[in-house]
Design a protein around this ligand. Structure first.
Ligand SMILES: *Cc1c(COP(=O)(O)O)cnc(C)c1O
Length: 399
C-alpha cells in the first residue's frame, strides 16, 4: 500500500522533524509525547473523504488515545466514538462526540457503566453475551428506556496479527460465537427494553492485509442472510477497526491507505437499502501523529552492544514490553556521522524495560534526544506511575 500523496517532510525524506522542530524539543521536559496536529487533521481529512465516498460512518476507538485535545480534533470532523468503558463514554461526550454517535463495546461492562450509557442515550451497545443482553434489558427497564443493541459476533477469522491483539478467533473471549446468531437474536427479540439494531464485528488490530477484511465481509453477508431468513432487518452493520500502520518505516506512509480498504469493503460487502456501515478505527487514525521523545541519561558500553539508558521507560510507552512491539527509534540530535550498535533501555527496575536491542544509531551521547515514532496509539493512554514515576509530559504542534 504505497503512500500516494505528496511527502510532507521533503528535507530529508526519512525524518518527520526538521532542525527547527528539534531545537524546539530542546525546551520541552522529557520524556514527552509530541502530537503533530497538522498530520492528525490530514489523516482525518483523508479518512473522511474515503468513507464519505460510500456513505460509511466512523466511530473513533477512544481507547487508542483519549487525550482531550486529540478527541476534540477528531470529534470536530463529525465522527462518532467507540468506547470500552463508562469513563470513555463520559470523556467522549465531554470532548464533543454527540451521544447519538457513541457506541459502547466490551466483554465486561459493569452495571454502573451500562447505566452511564443508558442515561446518556448512547447510540448503541455492542453486546458480547446473552447474559449481558438480560442485564442491559433490566437496567434499561429500571431507567424507563429502550436500549439499542448490536450483537458482537466473533467472526472466527484469523487476522494473522500479533496473538495479543487478535480478537476474532473462535476461542477468543470477545463476542458471541457466530454459530449462535439465531438463538441470540431470537432471545434479544423477546426482551422488552432492548431494540436489536445491528451486527458488530472486530477482527483484531494492526491488520495490514486486505484478506481478513474480505473474509469479514463474507461472514457479514452470511450472517445477514440468516437474519433476513428469520424475518428480521437490521439497519446497522459495524465492521470494527483494526487497520494497521507502518511501524517500521513510518515516513513511507504517514497516512494509512483508507481509500483502498473502503474500496475492498464496497466490493465485498452486501448492503441493503437504508442499511448503514460503520467502522471503529483507533490506531490508524492516531498512531503516526504521535512521537514519544526521551533524553539519553547514560551510555554504558557492553561487549556486544552499548546500552543507551534513556529517561523514558515502559511506564511511558509499554508496547515493546507488553507485546514485543516495534517502534522506529531515531536519534534526533546526534552530531556524529559514525554509527554504533545500541540496546535502548529504560530506568525501570524490571528486565523487560527494553525498547529495542542491537539497533544501529549514529553515535549517541548523554543528553541526546531519542524519538520513538508511531507512538500516538496505545502510548500515552497506557502510561502508568509504576516506580512512582511521573506521567509523561505532552506537547502539541502549533496547528
Ligand atoms: C480496540 C478496538 C477497536 C480499535 O482497534 P484499532 O486496531 O485501534 O483500530 C475497535 N473496535 C473495538 C471493539 C475494539 O475493541
Amino acid at each position: 500500500m504505497p503512500f500516494k500523496g505528496k511527502l510532507r517532510f521533503n528535507e530529508t525524506k526519512t525524518r518527520m522533524f526538521d532542525k527547527e522542530q528539534i531545537s524546539r524539543f530542546g525546551a520541552f521536559a522529557t520524556p514527552f509525547y509530541y502530537y503533530d496536529i497538522k498530520l492528525l487533521r490530514e489523516t482525518l481529512t483523508r479518512l473522511k473523504a474515503a468513507v464519505d465516498k460510500y456513505g460509511y460512518c466512523v466511530h473513533y476507538a477512544v481507547k487508542a488515545n483519549a487525550n482531550p485535545r486529540i478527541l476534540q480534533e477528531i470529534s470536530a470532523f463529525g465522527f462518532g466514538a467507540d468506547c470500552v468503558s463508562g469513563n470513555e463514554v463520559l470523556r467522549a461526550i465531554e470532548c464533543g462526540f454527540p451521544a447519538d454517535k457513541v457506541v459502547f463495546a466490551g466483554v465486561g461492562k459493569s452495571d454502573e457503566e451500562i447505566t452511564i450509557g443508558i442515561r446518556n442515550n448512547i447510540f448503541c451497545f455492542n453486546v458480547e453475551s446473552l447474559q449481558e443482553l438480560e442485564v442491559i434489558n433490566k437496567i434499561a427497564g429500571n431507567e424507563g428506556k429502550i436500549a439499542n443493541v448490536a450483537l458482537r459476533l466473533n467472526p472466527g477469522i484469523d487476522a494473522h496479527t500479533n496473538k495479543c491483539i487478535n480478537t476474532g478467533l473462535a476461542d477468543s473471549k470477545f463476542g458471541i460465537d457466530f454459530n449462535k446468531l439465531e438463538e441470540t437474536a431470537a432471545f434479544a427479540q423477546r426482551l422488552g427494553h432492548i431494540k436489536l439494531i445491528g451486527l458488530h464485528f472486530h477482527i483484531g488490530s494492526q491488520i495490514l492485509d486486505k484478506e481478513p477484511y474480505r473474509l469479514l465481509c463474507q461472514r457479514s453477508n452470511e450472517m445477514q442472510e440468516k437474519i433476513n431468513y428469520m424475518g428480521l432487518e437490521l439497519p446497522e452493520i459495524n465492521l470494527g477497526g483494526g487497520l494497521g500502520v507502518d511501524y517500521v518505516n513510518p515516513d513511507s506512509q504517514l497516512i494509512p491507505d483508507f481509500e483502498s480498504l473502503m474500496d475492498t469493503i464496497h466490493a465485498n460487502l452486501k448492503v441493503k437499502d437504508r442499511q448503514r456501515v460503520h467502522f471503529e478505527f483507533g490506531r490508524a487514525i492516531v498512531a503516526q501523529c504521535g512521537t514519544m521523545v526521551s533524553k539519553v541519561l547514560y551510555i554504558k558500553p557492553a561487549t556486544q552492544t552499548n546500552f543507551a539508558i534513556v529517561d523514558a521507560g515502559f511506564t511511558d510507552l509499554i508496547r515493546p514490553a507488553l507485546y514485543g512491539a516495534h517502534h522506529k527509534i531515531e536519534n534526533l540530535t546526534s552530531r556524529y556521522a559514525q554509527n554504533e550498535k545500541y540496546d535502548i533501555v529504560g530506568p525501570i527496575c524490571e528486565s523487560t524495560d527494553v525498547f529495542d536491542t542491537g539497533i544501529t544509531l549514529p553515535k549517541t551521547v548523554r543528553g541526546d534526544l531519542i524519538a520513538f515514532r508511531t507512538a500516538g496509539a496505545y502510548g500515552e493512554i497506557m502510561a502508568s506511575r509504576y516506580n512512582l514515576r511521573n506521567l509523561p509530559n505532552v506537547y502539541y504542534s502549533d496547528n
